[in-house]
Design a protein around this ligand. Structure first.
Ligand code: RB5
Length: 142
């Protein structure tokens, strides 16, 4: 898949783990920044990633900030974006299965590389289950 990734300064280090995992697993990854841990504003990077996923430039996105809350709030402002805050690997699966989420967000200050790798594994292994969840997701969109 074509995946866009981004973070703020708090997520910068673990973004490298995400980039490496995605490349190793055959995805086409575009890192939309930042490229240092200098302080930045998370909405700027959430906008880049959510914007390209919303307009079809990328299939899915990954965002990180300190809590994951800021980037998920910002990303969910975009029509067609369903960003899930994956605070553990099970939430990553459920975000795909129940919510058809297209952006996964991580709380960089409250997780580690191992949990992120397991979450990414779960995320890409899971499919949207449709059925009753289809109706609920449609209500969000409307
Ligand atoms: C940055 O200090 C922090 O506020 C940010 O990474 C994030 O946690 C916001 O939701």
């Amino acid at each position: 898949m074509k995946i866009a990734i981004g973070s703020d300064h708090a997520g910068y280090e673990l973004k490298k783990t995400v980039y490496a995992w995605l490349q190793e697993h055959g995805h086409e990854v575009e890192d939309m920044g930042p490229w240092s841990d200098d302080s930045v504003d998370y909405p700027d990077y959430a906008r880049k990633v959510a914007g390209t996923v919303a307009n079809g430039g990328h299939d899915q996105g990954v965002l990180l900030c300190g809590t994951g809350v800021g980037v998920s709030i910002a990303a969910n402002k975009f029509k067609g974006i369903r960003a899930v805050l994956a605070f553990n690997p099970e939430i990553a699966s459920l975000g795909r299965q129940h919510n058809n989420a297209n952006i996964i967000c991580f709380p960089a200050r409250f997780t580690d590389s191992e949990a992120i790798e397991k979450s990414l594994e779960n995320w890409f292994a899971a499919d949207f289950e449709g059925g009753r969840h289809e109706r609920r997701v449609a209500k969000i969109e409307s």
